[in-house]
Design a protein around this ligand. Structure first.
Ligand code: AN7
Length: 357
């Protein structure tokens, strides 16, 4: 469809109405999220074997720069429809950035609980900027989510973490967009796993599109956790999760069971990658493809590279990798892991010496 000023992309609720729970038109809270690019890999693809196609679903190009906006439009719209005046969430950063933006747009109060000192700078600035009450917990994400669950049982306030089923509903729209571009589902879908809401949502989306006859195949779901925060891989919660990828520093995922279902029903896998592999993939994407994603997002790319070493992919395979958040979210990690700028006097000859010409 040709998009014009009179016919813009309207956001995921209006665009995928037939596949989503009903929302009254005047309750919809949107920042016109979704419709993100499915970018073809130009340079990394050759590392994966002959005839393999690698694509990136670049979710960092959503309004608050992560995939969370797809679920948040749905969760906040339903909260508004139900007459809720306030929302609350625990977050490693991106959920809080999205929740506070959508609450601002809806004219609702937002309370966000974040692990003190452990969320990326860009995300902290977003949560603070939208006028929410930002509460730092001297603990980790899992502690914060436990508090949110307890408060929600006793007080009239809507939880917008992915334990809210509307979050999953909204997030599944990314799978629809991929299928619409490809005309089918990919062979493999690689995705980072933290609280496991997104892998659950994509699998639900693919299954629903399949059932509706919009695609004739289903992908294998390939989830990747960080080695220091890999409860699903280890089979038990991790008390003190650690990883450079702060977004997925989660030791007891809320959607654990559904992630296992997505893995098993799709004949996929949930594996882990080290921080070193994550940073290598993060830099590779930036340097070889021009795509700046945040470290947690690069866990999916790191997963592709890890699996491809085992001679896994075959000619004709299509691989989609979700890059969940924008690299600008975490400028500290970008600066720490990149070559440092060189300082010179304001003299042309000093600059020329530095050029490889
Ligand atoms: C960039 O913001 O959990 O497996 O509180 O920000 O659906 O949890 C973020 C998660 C991957 C993992 N990539 O997704 C939060 C939060 C990025 C993220 C994940 C997150 P889920």
């Amino acid at each position: 469809m040709v998009r014009t000023a009179k016919n813009p992309w309207r956001g995921v609720i209006s665009e995928f109405r037939d596949f989503l729970p009903e929302v009254k038109e005047d309750s919809i809270v949107t920042l016109q999220e979704g419709n993100t690019p499915l970018l073809k890999s130009i340079n990394i693809t050759s590392m994966l074997g002959k005839g393999v196609t690698l694509l990136f679903k670049y979710e960092g190009l959503n309004p608050t720069a992560s995939f969370k906006d797809r679920g948040m439009t749905m969760a906040v719209s339903k909260a508004r429809e139900d007459g809720s005046k306030a929302i609350i969430c625990a977050s490693t950063g991106n959920t809080s950035a999205s929740a506070t933006a959508y609450a601002a747009r809806a004219g609702m109060k937002a309370y966000v609980l974040i692990p003190k000192g452990n969320i990326a700078l860009g995300k902290l600035s977003q949560a603070m900027m939208h006028g929410a009450k930002v509460i730092q917990i001297e603990g980790n994400f899992d502690n914060a989510l436990a508090i949110v669950r307890e408060i929600a049982e006793k007080y009239p306030i809507t939880v917008v973490n992915s334990i809210n089923p509307y979050r999953i509903e909204g997030q599944k729209t990314a799978a629809f967009e991929i299928c619409q571009v490809l005309g089918q589902a990919p062979s493999y879908h690689f995705i980072p796993v933290g609280n496991a809401g997104n892998i659950t949502a994509y699998w639900k989306g693919y299954k629903e599109f399949h059932k509706a006859g919009s695609i004739s195949n289903l992908p294998r779901m390939m989830g990747f956790q960080a080695e220091g925060a890999a409860p699903i891989v280890l089979g038990h919660p991790v008390d003190e999760p650690k990883t450079v990828a702060s977004a997925i520093r989660i030791g007891n995922p809320a959607n654990w069971e559904d992630a296992l279902k997505a893995r098993d029903e799709s004949d996929g896998l949930i594996d882990m990658v080290s921080d070193k592999e994550i940073i290598e993939a993060y830099r590779l994407l930036a340097i070889n493809e021009g795509i700046f994603c945040e470290p947690a997002s690069a866990a999916s790319m790191a997963g592709v590279l890890k699996i491809s070493k085992e001679g896994f992919f075959k000619e004709g395979d299509t691989i989609v990798c979700t890059l969940t958040g924008h690299g600008l979210k975490d400028p500290d990690t970008a600066i720490e892991t990149s070559e440092k700028p060189i300082t010179v006097k304001p003299r042309t000859e000093d600059v020329i010496k530095l050029l490889e010409i």
